[in-house]
Design a protein around this ligand. Structure first.
Ligand code: AMP
Ligand code: TRP
Length: 333
């Protein structure tokens, strides 16, 4: 059986080094034939938290452009926008009829984001709770067997597996049961200013976040100011006791290869380590930034890729979702 790959990214902010090392780089390595690897800008997921319409639209286009700049090739994979393919929401409803309330409330991301929304008085959108049902639909609609994601999405992919198995048991074999694939290093890149929390797309200051389109001087400044651990200043790889240094070593290992614990032996102080990390990140992102400049100048070309991607995606998803509608007991139209 050929493997089919599906993954997605939310247009909720500018893409970060965490997105790149945790996910996008694996996608580029995995793109093969157009119907075997699908990558999606999951714009519907961006509506689960407070949002600005014009910004979501802009970020969706930018995310697609950056994915192409990162090296995804429209000849080899299918790149599209979630809301362009109705099958996602059609299947999401069946997933809501398969998942339980308790199961969704146990999701770590829901608990964290709901607590944050409540604290700021924003109110928690119902779609934040049902988010994993939509994510399961994204994956299952394509019969994907592998889902390359960062560590924070592991729980959602596990839930997707559970839902696929449950649906198949109840209504007959319909879905491929997928599995998450994580990078061996940098599956969870941490914020440079707060190495105990994930480098997310947004944080009040942004000082601990490297964005893919940051200028080289900005990248260097953010890395040089990274919070390292107090103590004797020794460079050792210990994620628990020295999360700041471990994060830098992870990033270095992800950029230039090697094992973070072994790389640590080559340094006697934080300054040299930071300089090497800064250089490695700047060099890693340089080709992407150059390609981005060219692609951004031709938005029509990106739109064409997305239009064609949506057509291909629709053709793959429709029969699977139609089968699921019949299996669950709905009368064929
Ligand atoms: P998101 O930005 O939440 O849509 O995430 C898109 C992809 O990037 C998902 O596969 C995430 O797991 C991955 N990702 C996001 N932030 C990080 C991070 N700090 N480290 C590693 N992977 C990440
Ligand atoms: N929830 C994922 C995230 O926050 C994005 C996503 C939506 C996704 N649907 C997906 C990832 C399907 C993989 C497969 O990063």
């Amino acid at each position: 059986m050929t493997k089919r790959i599906f993954s997605g990214i939310k247009p909720t902010g500018h893409l970060t080094l965490g997105n790149y090392l945790g996910a996008v780089r694996q996608w580029v390595a995995a793109d093969r034939a157009p119907d075997e690897a699908l990558f999606c800008v999951v714009d519907l997921h961006a509506l689960t938290v407070e949002h600005e319409p014009a910004r979501v639209r802009r970020l969706s286009r930018q995310a697609a452009t950056l994915l192409l700049a990162a090296g995804l090739s429209p000849e080899k994979c299918t790149l599209f926008v979630q809301s362009h393919v109705d099958e996602h929401t059609r299947l999401a409803y069946l997933m809501e009829c398969t998942a339980s309330d308790g199961e969704l409330r146990r999701m770590i991301q829901y608990k964290e984001k709901a607590a944050r929304a409540q604290a700021t008085g924003e109110g928690v959108r119902l779609s934040l709770l049902t988010y994993p049902a939509l994510m399961a639909a994204d994956i299952l609609a394509y019969g994907a067997s592998e889902v390359p994601v960062g560590e924070d999405q592991r729980q959602h992919v596990e839930l997707t597996r559970d839902l696929a198995v449950r649906f198949n048991q109840r209504y007959g074999h319909t879905f491929t049961v997928p599995k998450a694939t994580l990078p061996t290093v940098a599956a969870r890149v941490m914020d440079l200013q707060d190495p105990t929390s994930k480098m997310g797309k947004s944080h009040e200051s942004g000082a601990g976040i490297v964005y893919l389109l940051d200028e080289p001087a900005v990248i260097a400044k953010k890395v040089m100011r990274a919070v390292t651990d107090s103590g004797d200043g020794a460079v050792v790889y210990d994620r628990e006791a020295r999360p700041g240094v471990a994060n830098l070593l992870d990033v270095l290992a992800a950029c230039s290869g090697g094992d973070p614990a072994v790389l640590a032996d080559g340094y006697s102080g934080y300054g040299a380590l930071k300089r090497d990390v800064a250089d490695a990140v700047v060099e890693l992102l340089r080709p992407l930034q150059e390609r981005h400049a060219g692609l951004a100048a031709d938005p029509g070309a990106v739109e064409k890729v997305l239009r064609e991607g949506a057509e291909r995606a629709r053709a793959l998803a429709r029969p699977v979702v139609n089968r699921a509608y019949e299996a669950i007991g709905l009368l064929a139209p």
